[in-house]
Each structure stands twice: as structure tokens, then as C-alpha cells.
Write a protein that binds this ligand. Sequence first.
Ligand code: GLP
Length: 238
Amino acid sequence: MQLKIFKNHNELSEFVADRILELVKTTPEAVICLPSGDTPKLMCSILVDKAAKSRADFSRCTFIGLDEWLGIPPENEGSCAYFFRNNLFHAINFTPANIHLFDALAADPEKECEKMDRIIAARGGIDLMVVGIGMNGHIGFNEPGVSFDNYSHVIDLDETTRSVGRKYFNTPVTLSQGITLGLKHLSETRTVILMANGEKKAAIMKQTLEENISNKIPASIIRTHANGIVAIDEAAAN
Ligand code: GLP
């Protein structure tokens, strides 16, 4: 694992956007998994700008959405699907058939997980996974206590995630479960970048990097990844 500390959120976001563009250039059929949330928002807008300027072609790439709030429809502004539509798909030329997001309204969420696992396996695994980190050390919705051996699964959200998650929603919602790629996907991904910015992430980043590697802090798994990059700004490194 490599630790990279950037001056600010902008430089961090630029680094991640550049890595994505480089990958798409060298591997036009890359399988890319991105997160939603406040952390990657700036990276997405830089990526959109740079992709337009460099005429990057994402049409043969596969896009995998990291996670979703179970039961929240895609038209809700707090859903991950809404985030991707608004921040990426409006401007990046992914082919719609190559975009794979969890269906938060699936009648059978377990089948939805199996479907996602099959898609990833059929594409030969994920080339680049970018993730954020929750205030409790989660990755996607891999909450504290989760097995490192899980592929996609449905999970009960812990109290921190339920309350922090309200920041994405303008209307009252009940957040009780998430559907997410598993940490086994992360281990099997060729390159993983964990992004974090801001002072509020400093305490959990310290735990992630310095405490024992265990499922108490799911993000600590990144330290076991040969091509894992922890990319944070100075405030999160504080
Ligand atoms: C959310 C999502 C994660 C996200 C993380 C950090 O709950 N499930 O995929 O990376 O928490 O979010 P933010 O970037 O808004 O701090």
C-alpha cells in the first residue's frame, strides 16, 4: 500500500481523475468502480472537464457502482444512482448497457447481489476501484464487523451510517439497509484508491492506517492490498 498526501481536496481529486483517464487510455475496456458521496464529487467534475478536453473515450469501459441505499428509488436526490447520473453519466460517454448499478428496489436483493457478482466475474474482475471512507471506517456499505470474504451483499446499516447518511437527502427517509460490493471484490481488484479529505476524516484515517488490520475498521483492509493507494489531503492526514 502506498500513502499519498495532497495539499488539498482539489489536488487529491485531480490525481484520482488523472489515474482514471490514464487507465481508460491504456485499457479502453477497463472495468471501473466508483463511489458516490461528498468526497468524489470534485473528482467527478474534474474528470468530466479533463475527459472532454482530452476526448477520452469511455464507451467500451464497464462502470460498476460501489453501493446503494436499499429501498431508495434512483430518482431520489440522495441515492447513489442519482449522484452518478448527475455527476458523471450526463457528460462521460459510458455506454448505457455497460453501466451496472445496484437496483435498490429489486424484489429480491440477494439475486441482485448475485447478478452484480456475475457481471464483475464475466468482465474478468475490476481494474480500478475508487472508494471513500465512512466516519466509522466503512467502505461502500461494508460496516464494522463485516467479513473480509464477502462479495456483494445486503447489510444492516449501523447507527453512524444512518445518521451521517441523512446529509445526502432533502426529504426525510428511513435508512436501514445498504447493498454493496464486498471487501473480497476490493482484494481482487487490480488497483484500489481510497480517497479521504477534510479534518473530519482525520481520526478515522489515523485508525485505518495505524490500528490493527481488522474488520473493526473495514477500511484497514487497504493496507493488505499490493496496489492499494491511500490518497488523502493534508487535513485528513492531520
Ligand atoms: C457513504 C457511502 C460510501 C462513501 C462514504 C463516505 O455512506 N456508503 O460509499 O464512500 O459513506 O461518504 P462521503 O464521501 O460523503 O464522506
